[in-house]
Design a protein around this ligand. Structure first.
Ligand code: DQA
Length: 144
């Protein structure tokens, strides 16, 4: 079983980008942490793109392969109806999709208080640093 861990724009800069908000660990650290957490029967396929189209195509892939998704849409969270519609295809296909955020967007600027993705996600976890992903993985690995 593969779990797709999809990360949106600017998250490739994790580690050096606003470490006071996002911490000093990078995506490779996240990949290692999730792989260790996942156990032998689950493969973590962690990807990052700054490109909306690429993220959308990865969500189609999740539908086609019936792979659960952990999605950090990053800034697309707040305005990408296209990404939202693609996320909706995933959950409408009966495939779970957990929206995650490292920071707590509700404690930040007003424009971050709205997520256009949340309404079509299975659930949302935000504000726990990389543990947001770990909690999402924990949920997904306990799904039948
Ligand atoms: C984020 C929160 C977003 O508001 C922001 O644009 C990001 C990261 C988070 O993980 O906390 O890029 O999704």
């Amino acid at each position: 079983r593969t779990i797709l861990v999809l990360n949106g724009p600017n998250l490739g800069r994790l580690g050096s980008r606003e470490p006071d908000v996002y911490g000093s660990a990078n995506l490779d650290d996240l990949r290692v942490m999730l792989a260790a957490e996942a156990g032998d029967d689950v493969t973590i396929d962690l990807r990052q793109s700054d490109d909306e189209a690429e993220l959308i195509h990865w969500l189609y892939e999740a539908v086609d392969t019936q792979s659960p998704v952990i999605l950090n849409p990053a800034a697309f969270t707040h305005y990408s109806y296209a990404l939202r519609d693609a996320a909706s295809l995933v959950t409408k296909a009966g495939v779970p999709l957990v929206e995650v955020h490292i920071s707590n967007p509700h404690a930040r600027e007003t424009f971050r208080h709205t997520s256009v993705v949340s309404a079509v996600a299975t659930g949302v976890i935000a504000g726990f640093g990389f543990d947001s992903y770990r909690l999402a993985l924990n949920f997904l690995t306990h799904q039948p």
